[in-house]
Design a protein around this ligand. Structure first.
Ligand SMILES: CC(C)(COP(=O)(O)OP(=O)(O)OC[C@H]1O[C@@H](n2cnc3c(N)ncnc32)[C@H](O)[C@@H]1OP(=O)(O)O)[C@@H](O)C(=O)NCCC(=O)NCCS
Length: 231
């Protein structure tokens, strides 16, 4: 449902009310309720020039953070970057739908480009580096893990051994990850690639290819391996 000017005005007023010290929660809850339900609320991201971070999400960033215009973080999301040396960036019009979890560890870096959509329940744990291009679509419950626990010392619990990263994850522009895709450390998914539902990506996928399975293998292409001019 496209919001009318009246509804937008009410929401903007509620957000403005929330800028008064002590009224932040009330103002943002008011805007959330007035905006409608679920995806109808998307316009809140572009309403004030600041990102919309739902009052029903948990947001803590102590490191560097950059927001483009019209960023929307929906209910139930957790954005947790407690370390001062972490870096987090969201491009213009990027959306996190309900229940996404973004966690950034010490020295971690997570950069998400413009016009990306993370559908409900996506998980990115950036203990390492994760770079996501523009117009990347992630279906529900995708997970990006740019690290593993070290388990090589069999005399000590895995819990006590360090985390290691082989260089992180790069997802280039215009990639579509189907439902429940898991992307592991050291992987680059090329421009315009498609990854089938339930796949586990352990190796690079070249641009414009369709890959699927566990482990993911190329099963086809989008008709051209040359990405379009929009990427
Ligand atoms: C990957 C995908 C896009 C491929 O679609 P397609 O080109 O029409 O592929 P086909 O159905 O012709 O399948 C081609 C082969 O790949 C296999 N395959 C397709 N998707 C697969 C998957 N997700 N995992 C494993 N194998 C898969 C098929 O079994 C078939 O194998 P076969 O030739 O041995 O029979 C599609 O199967 C898919 O997974 N879509 C994701 C849907 C989704 O998650 N939607 C969320 C909305 S945001």
């Amino acid at each position: 449902v496209k919001p009318g000017a009246f509804r937008k005005g009410l929401c903007a007023a509620a957000i403005a009310l929330g800028r008064i010290p002590g009224l932040s929660r009330i103002g943002r809850e008011g805007a959330r309720l007035l905006a409608g339900s679920y995806k109808d609320r998307r316009f809140l991201g572009g309403l004030t020039g600041r990102p919309w971070i739902s009052p029903r999400s948990q947001y803590l960033v102590r490191g560097e953070v950059r927001f483009g215009h019209d960023v929307f973080i929906s209910d139930g999301c957790v954005v947790h970057a407690p370390e001062p040396d972490s870096v987090l960036a969201f491009g213009d019009r990027t959306t996190l739908w309900d229940g996404c979890l973004l966690q950034i560890g010490p020295g971690g870096r997570l950069a998400i480009g413009a016009d990306c959509h993370l559908q409900p329940g996506c998980v990115i744990t950036a203990f390492g580096r994760v770079e996501i291009g523009d117009q990347v679509q992630m279906a529900p419950r995708c997970a990006l893990y740019p690290y593993s626990h070290d388990w090589s010392d069999g005399t000590r619990p895995i819990r006590e051994q360090p985390i290691r990263s082989k260089g992180g994850i790069v997802i280039e522009s215009d990639v579509w990850l189907g439902y429940g895709v898991v992307v592991l450390d050291g992987v680059r998914i090329g421009k315009g690639a498609v990854v089938g539902a339930g796949s586990v990506v352990t190796r690079d996928i070249p641009p414009g290819r369709v890959a699927a399975g566990v482990p993911a293998r190329v099963i086809g292409s989008r008709g051209t391996t040359e990405p379009g001019p929009w990427t």
